[in-house]
Design a binder for this molecule. Structure first.
Ligand code: ATP
Ligand code: MG
Length: 235
């Protein structure tokens, strides 16, 4: 299976990268680094010459450019060369609400596969940040079936996808989502029992057809973005 490098050194080293044409899920608390992970993945897809789309449901592209500028990534270069484009659903939502035409947005609520409608035909990689914005009023059954459909559509188009789901969305939905996807990574903060210091850790919950570490991987956010600093060795 071909792998797509995420640019997160430790993950690429331990897993070889994300399986091509499959959907991975990133979950985590506010401020845990989900968006940074998404941007880093998108940037690294561009470096691998993949046509990449970043669908943002909350922030606008300007904010994401600002966030990216803190890191050693040339996001503007990727856009200029036609590898990266942003779809800003927050803006579309605001405009629609302003015009008091809510029908389209209502019909999109929970219909995740519709998120792909505006995707350029030749898209090879996609980040959806954050699907939690579209879960209101869904029953667990609806959530599961709509997410399954989205994952199915992405696979059919051979798109390598990273879907972000925040932990403000119910625990139940977070649990359900784990089953629909090919792989899942959870980002957390926890207190180190030995040092008493808070640290960032990630759990590679699953990655089908891949050998994954069972330990939590500690990571930091520095100029390169997310970087694993646990010294564990899988081999
Ligand atoms: N340049 C940087 N260097 C180090 N840490 C940073 C840098 N930029 C952001 N951070 C840290 O990363 C956190 C934000 O990361 P990010 O926006 O990816 O979180 P998130 O999980 O997407 O949050 P939300 O759920 O609010 O969208 C900040 O709260 C800050 O602690
Ligand atoms: Mg975010």
């Amino acid at each position: 299976m071909k792998r797509i490098k995420t640019g997160v050194g430790g993950i690429d080293k331990f897993t070889g990268g994300f399986p091509e044409g499959r959907t991975l899920l990133i979950t985590g608390d506010a401020g845990s680094g989900k968006t940074i992970f998404g941007l880093q993945f998108a940037y690294n897809c561009c470096l691998q010459n993949l046509k990449t789309t970043y669908i943002t449901t909350e922030e606008d592209a300007d904010d994401l450019y600002i966030q990216s500028s803190a890191f050693d990534w040339d996001i503007h270069g990727c856009t200029d060369q036609g590898y990266l484009n942003f779809i800003e659903l927050a803006k579309i939502r605001a405009e629609v609400t302003e015009a008091e035409v809510k029908i389209e947005i209502e019909s999109m609520k929970g219909n995740f596969a519709k998120l792909l409608e505006n995707l350029p035909e030749d898209t090879q990689a996609v980040v959806i940040d954050n699907i939690g914005s579209y879960t209101a009023k869904l029953t667990p059954y609806e959530f599961r079936s709509r997410l399954d459909l989205l994952v199915y559509e992405l696979k059919k188009r051979n798109i390598t996808a990273l879907i972000i789901l925040d932990s403000a969305t119910s625990d139940e939905f977070n649990e359900i989502a784990l089953f629909s996807v090919y792989g899942a990574i959870k980002l957390m903060k926890r207190e180190n029992p030995y040092t008493g210091r808070r640290e960032r850790v990630m759990d590679i919950v699953k990655m089908r057809s891949t050998k994954t570490p069972t330990q939590f991987l500690t990571y930091e956010i520095n100029n390169n973005g997310i970087e694993i600093n646990s010294g564990i060795n899988l081999k």
